[in-house]
Design a protein around this ligand. Structure first.
Ligand code: GLU
Length: 334
């Protein structure tokens, strides 16, 4: 059993947002279900029989599928976590979350929170009641991680499928298997079961403050996915609706047809930053490989995929960072 610094059982704030972990199905073998249908209280009630050695303090924030995640829920989550970080009686925070956008929420929190107390996101791929449901096991694993003093100084973590990932690396890589998450450039940072936790290295961010301030709002940034044979009209359309930045989910190492790159270069000249990332599963997007980033004025997304590149660009612009070399430096750091 984990104990906190005061010798008691760990006390964890549980912020509920919905997702499949709070989803239920009428049929154990049917395919359809509604994410976020179960309240946090009834979800935690189902966990009572697990005899988890932690004191859980539930706080519902939302009951949504994470495809509907956005500013209002992020703002509420951030405020709750900042408050919890300042309460000595709270040892860590759990966030139940849909898996579709868990990587975006985790990374947004990573950029805007101090890295001291454990913040652990957890979800499920199968709803309660489905045969082989993974929610309770993932939750028990997440409690073990959030209760461990060694989880601090690592930034927000995501626990899924007996595996722990750091926010910066994690992404959803499969639509339906229970091992749906991968890490890049780092793989998992720990393996966890309800009875065991093994870290693969020490915490490197102890005492780190929030890198960026929590903003009043986030700017509109679009992701443009490149496809063979496309023209430049989508770039014009994005600019016409007032996008403040564009993330290219490019082919290969962040490529796009020349007409699209030219239009994006024009966007840069008009003051709209453009980040090149890749629609490819994993790998770096480096500067000036096939695309002349210096001439176009683009930023190379490096290790961040399109979804996380969009989050970083939103946070940078909201914090008044608009200088291209400063944006590039932030992407180099990831
Ligand atoms: N689309 C839903 C969500 O992200 C269900 C997926 C899940 O939680 O696994 O909340």
């Amino acid at each position: 059993m984990s104990t906190n610094l005061n010798g008691g059982i760990p006390r964890l704030l549980v912020l509920g947002t919905g997702g499949t972990i709070a989803g239920s199905t009428a049929s154990a073998t049917g395919g359809s279900y509604a994410a976020g249908g179960l309240s946090l209280t009834s979800m935690l009630g189902d966990l009572a029989g697990l005899e988890l050695s932690a004191d859980l303090i539930p706080k519902p924030i939302a009951q949504i599928g994470s495809q509907d995640m956005g500013w209002d829920v992020w703002d509420a989550l951030h405020k709750e976590i900042v408050a919890a970080q300042s309460y000595p009686e709270i040892d860590g925070v759990l966030v139940t979350h849909g898996t579709d956008t868990a990587e975006e929420t985790a990374y947004l929190l990573d950029l805007t929170l101090a890295a001291d107390k454990p913040v652990v996101l957890v979800g499920a791929m199968r709803p309660a009641g489905a045969v082989g449901a993974d929610g309770m096991r993932n939750f028990a694993n997440a409690v073990r991680v959030a209760s461990d003093p060694d989880a601090s100084g690592r930034g927000p973590l995501l626990v899924m499928g007996d595996t722990v990932f750091a926010a910066k690396d994690v992404r959803k890589a499969a639509t339906s298997s229970i091992d749906a998450f991968k890490g890049y450039p780092r793989g998992p940072v720990a393996r966890v079961t309800p009875s065991n936790l093994d870290w693969f290295g020490g915490a490197t961010r102890k005492g780190e403050f929030a890198r960026y301030q929590w903003p009043e709002a986030l700017p509109r940034i679009a992701i443009l996915t490149a496809g063979a044979g496309m023209d430049a009209k989508p770039v014009e359309a994005l600019l016409s609706i007032g996008c403040k930045g564009i993330v290219l989910a490019g082919m290969g190492q962040g490529n796009a047809p020349k007409c699209v790159l030219d239009a994006l270069g024009e966007a840069v000249k008009s003051g709209v930053p453009v980040v090149r990332s890749a629609r490819v599963d994993e790998g770096l997007v480096d500067r000036n490989v096939e695309v002349d980033d210096d001439a176009y004025g683009f930023v190379a997304g490096r290790a961040l995929g399109p979804a996380k590149a969009r989050i970083l660009l939103m946070v940078l612009l909201a914090n008044g960072v608009s200088d291209r070399s400063e944006i590039q430096a932030a992407f180099d750091r990831g």
